[in-house]
Design a protein around this ligand. Structure first.
Ligand code: GRG
Length: 299
């Protein structure tokens, strides 16, 4: 009972934090002078009920190292959510995963059209860097944040993972290939969230490294959970089309190592992530609970 109560309490905290990200996103968007059709598509995709887990991770990492969430962290959390949302819009396009459902709503190219979806993704990606350049109060911090986000979302991170993922559909997957895809496609964006939160909080190098390790491990576990949910949960629960990985012969953990091993690995990575927080002591309990909550997520 105690555990269940604390899980419910933690989910409420998580939702509140996600809500604070929504306010920042909305405010930033309201201030932009944008062509009305594009703005409609931006509001539609950013306003859809995403979990905001990367953005919340930014805020909690900043809070852990500095004792509070500052304005730089709020801006950086909005920036990573914009980049993440762009990646989902483009991932759903017919040339990629060709999906109709995202965050419980028709995908951007279904609600609008393909060209609008491409441009909305492009606009989110560029807006993320624009707000970092303009809104962060200290140029050296802005440069670090821009560099980190560009690296982890770019050709040495998420894009590389997506490219390998698409290519892997043509061949039998290996464990090595799988790890490469998942680390790059998904885990680096979680590492990035932890890293930029740490940068905003002014973390010393050792704390920065611990948080990066934590972020990478929960990110990898997150993608394994995603793979497992794809074969075990219905579309209505996920808010996106279930069972797509098998259909597209995707390189996933359940497909390559089996469901049981995938579950073991998911738990092992979460324990390792929690262990990486040891130097912070009890102060890192929020991040410990966050890792456990992601492990148990149902969507
Ligand atoms: C540049 C044309 C072009 C395409 C880029 C990089 C890319 C396409 C796609 C990224 C790959 C991708 C979508 C990885 C999946 C990561 C993942 C598990 C997404 C789901 O994240 P959640 O569950 O989603 O946090 P919500 O909706 O809650 O935000």
């Amino acid at each position: 009972m105690g555990n269940r109560t604390s899980t419910i309490d933690f989910n409420t905290r998580l939702r509140k934090k996600a809500q604070s990200v929504n306010y920042v996103l909305q405010r930033l968007l309201d201030f932009q002078q944008i062509n009305s059709e594009l703005k409609e598509a931006l509001k539609y995709t950013l306003g859809a009920p995403g979990k905001r887990v990367r953005a919340v991770l930014v805020l909690w990492c900043c809070e852990l190292v500095s004792g509070r969430v500052n304005r730089n962290a709020e801006i950086a959390s909005a920036a990573i959510e914009m980049v993440h949302t762009y990646s989902l819009i483009h991932d759903d396009l017919p040339a990629m995963d060709n999906d109709d459902l995202r965050r419980g709503l028709p995908t951007c190219h279904r609600a609008f059209d393909e060209a609008t979806a491409i441009l909305t993704g492009d606009a989110l990606l560029t807006l993320a860097f624009e707000i970092l350049a303009k809104e962060i109060d200290e140029p050296t911090v802005a440069i670090k944040l821009i560099g980190q986000l560009a690296h982890d979302a770019g050709a040495s991170g998420m894009i590389a993972g997506q490219m390998a993922d698409l290519k892997a559909e043509e061949s039998a997957g290996t464990k090595q290939m799988l790890e490469y895809i998942h680390i790059n496609k998904t885990a680096k964006m979680f590492r990035c969230a932890a890293a930029i939160g740490a940068i905003c909080g002014g973390a010393p190098e050792k704390q920065f490294d611990c948080l990066c390790e934590y972020g990478l491990k929960i990110g990898l576990a997150f993608q394994i959970t995603d793979d497992i949910l794809d074969v075990s949960a219905p579309s209505e629960q996920l808010g996106k089309t279930a069972g797509k990985d098998v259909k597209a012969a995707k390189c996933t953990y359940p497909a390559v190592v089996g469901l049981e091993k995938a579950r073991e690995l998911q738990e092992k990575l979460t324990s390792e992530a929690v262990a990486a927080l040891k130097p912070f002591g009890k102060k890192a309990d929020t991040l410990r609970q966050f890792a456990m909550t992601l492990l148990e997520r149902m969507k």
